[in-house]
Write a protein that binds this ligand. Structure first.
Ligand code: RIB
Ligand code: CA
Length: 324
């Protein structure tokens, strides 16, 4: 790809919305995906890596996949199979085929270090799962904090949680890792639940994806599984399901989709019920006297209809990429 606007590494735990984010990035010519790195998150590392390999193989994506952290730095938890299924990428019908595509040799942490080292200031790390890999990168090579262009991540919230009242899953799964990233000094762009709960994949969007390939439609079947689990928890009357991870890629493609605020942010660790909460300081301040370090760009508002149209176009494109 000649002269893309963004050269990215996608660090992920596929994951239904991770798959949508990968397809959105692969579809848009402003994004060049240098590598996909996987992490334990929605499911085991074996499953998230197998899912990433099935995605790149099924949709014919020439993107290397590297296996990352097997477990969080400290936190241990049960995988959220109720949301993503035991495989981490369950479908209501047609499934992505198994593949003999293999992950690259070498660990994801080493791959991120190598790619960033070779391209100082050029690489955006998109994190759409727990931040374990990135924390390890920063622990092994703190100097890379000045070489990573930016970290654009789905995680946390400037309001409600999902896995607990206080915490969002990606941050909660490895809050210690997230605190390392929040305190790293790297430019941070955050898509928390306060924004991603605005960005729905609506019923009409899934219907449009299905209409693009009325016979066997693996994209529609996988997204229907994801939306269906949301409707089971949130109510069958809902117009759509929040599509979290693609917000990161949509922002890179068209920043005007989101209204952002530069704010102080940190991550709560320890043993209290607030474990994994992102503490975003929304208190109004007098700019003339505001000495706070505003380390995070936080998405506050989303243009939901334009987001849905962008993601739906990419998912429709993807239906045509699957060999019959
Ligand atoms: O809380 C939403 C996040 O948790 C998304 O990244 C989803 O894939 C799950 O990992
Ligand atoms: Ca994810």
């Amino acid at each position: 790809m000649s002269n893309p606007s963004h050269r990215v590494i996608i660090d992920c735990d596929p994951g239904h919305d991770d798959m949508a984010a990968i397809l959105l990035a692969a579809w848009h010519d402003s994004i060049q995906v240098e590598a996909i790195t996987t992490v334990c998150g929605n499911a085991s590392l074996d499953n998230t890596t197998n899912n990433a390999l099935r995605i790149v193989a099924a949709f014919g994506l020439d993107i290397p996949v590297y296996r990352g952290a097997v477990q969080p730095l400290l936190h241990r938890y049960e995988f959220p199979a109720a949301f993503h299924g035991p495989s981490g990428l369950d479908s209501v019908g047609v499934d992505l085929p198994q593949t003999d595509r293999q992950a690259e040799k070498g660990h994801a942490v080493d791959a991120i270090i190598r790619i960033v080292d070779a391209n100082p200031g050029e690489i955006t790390v998109v994190v759409i799962g727990p931040m374990t890999n990135l924390a390890l990168v920063l622990a092994l090579r703190p100097d890379l904090a000045t070489k990573i262009k930016q970290i654009v991540f789905m995680g946390g919230s400037a309001g409600e949680g999902n896995v607990t009242p206080a915490a969002e899953f990606n941050i909660w799964a490895d809050a210690e890792a997230a605190r390392i990233v929040f305190r790293s000094g790297v430019k941070l762009v955050m898509f928390g639940l306060n924004a991603t709960h605005q960005t729905l994949l609506r019923r009409q969007d899934v219907a449009a994806v299905r209409a693009a390939r009325p016979d066997a439609n693996v994209v529609a079947d996988i997204m229907d599984f994801y939306c269906g689990t949301y409707y089971r928890f949130a109510g069958a009357d809902k117009p759509g399901a929040p599509l979290h991870d693609p917000c990161t890629i949509a922002y890179l493609i068209d920043p005007s989709l989101f209204a952002m605020a530069q704010l102080p942010g940190d991550v709560i660790v320890g043993d209290a019920e607030t474990y994994g909460q992102t503490l975003i300081d929304l208190r109004p301040q007098d700019p003339a006297h505001d000495q706070r370090v505003k380390n995070v760009g936080v998405a506050m508002q989303a243009d939901a209809p334009r987001f849905a149209a962008l993601v739906t176009e990419a998912l429709i494109w993807a239906t045509g990429r699957i060999s019959a």
